[in-house]
Design a binder for this molecule. Sequence first.
Ligand code: GDP
Ligand code: ZN
Length: 304
Amino acid sequence: MSSDLIRNPCTGDWVALDLDQRIVRALLPRRTAFVRAVSSQRSEGQVLAANIDQLLIAVSLAGELELGRIERFLSLAWESGGEPIVVLTKADLVPDPVTRSYLVEDTERVAPGARVLCVSAASGQGMVALAALVCGGTAALLGQSGAGKSTLANALTGANVQRVDSTRDSDGKGRHTTTTRDLLPLPGGGVLIDTPGLRGVGLWEADSGVARTFTDIEALARDCRFHNCSHGVEPGCAVLAAADDGGLPLRRLENYRKLLRENERIAARSDARLDAEILRNWKQKTALGRHMRERKRGPQSPPS
Ligand code: GDP
Ligand code: ZN
């Protein structure tokens, strides 16, 4: 068990309780961990929730689909070790079934390997399927403010547990209102995690999550002439060839590059922090060594 777990148990951690003595006997090891960068100034990651089986990425159909944002959430979700499910919400606002199926297809193209559902808490559409999916495990809600997470939480738990701000629009600029509870029991078994902290979308060493999100690009890259191709200027680049002939949308390639760059910057910051820590430890040890040597030698007579 990591020392971080002992110091910072979080939503989703399981403990062994001694009911007679009313004490916590043990914190159980984590199966998955959802981590995000704390802020742009600090390089440490913060574990926001643990042991999540499914990450429900809520995306509102009320506005334009932001595919880049979905890819970012997917990278974080895959990185955590849980299974991402993209939940397109407010389907009642897109009454035309053909338009809806196009939106689902667009989402599926940016989410290879992930399930995509179309639901409406207002009309009930797709809600039975979603409830069946999350039943029995631990699911967590991710997504921008205004995406409909609190409304989903209320619908899935069958109770009015999360506050929904009815004046807030889908633009995500409204007040922050989910304050009630983080861990909600589901009627069919299992729990739903809805913590305000999960709404942030900072990456944290999510390179394997990025790779999982962009499996199509990673597969193309295997055909690049150079093993370490940066898909920038190299001849024989299969990724650029796919972007040129329209098979790979340029927007997706650019977002892939952007998320990788972001991730590299975070990794470099954490390396710098590690170096500083090693230096500090070394200085402490050498200072201690000097102190011990001086003690052994006993008090020195001042130089004449
Ligand atoms: P959160 O910030 O992600 O928790 O989003 P909320 O659950 O607070 O929802 C934001 C707004 O979207 C509220 O005004 C809700 O009433 C509205 N909303 C949520 N789900 C639906 C839905 O299925 N259909 C429609 N038409 N509006 C919805
Ligand atoms: Zn290449």
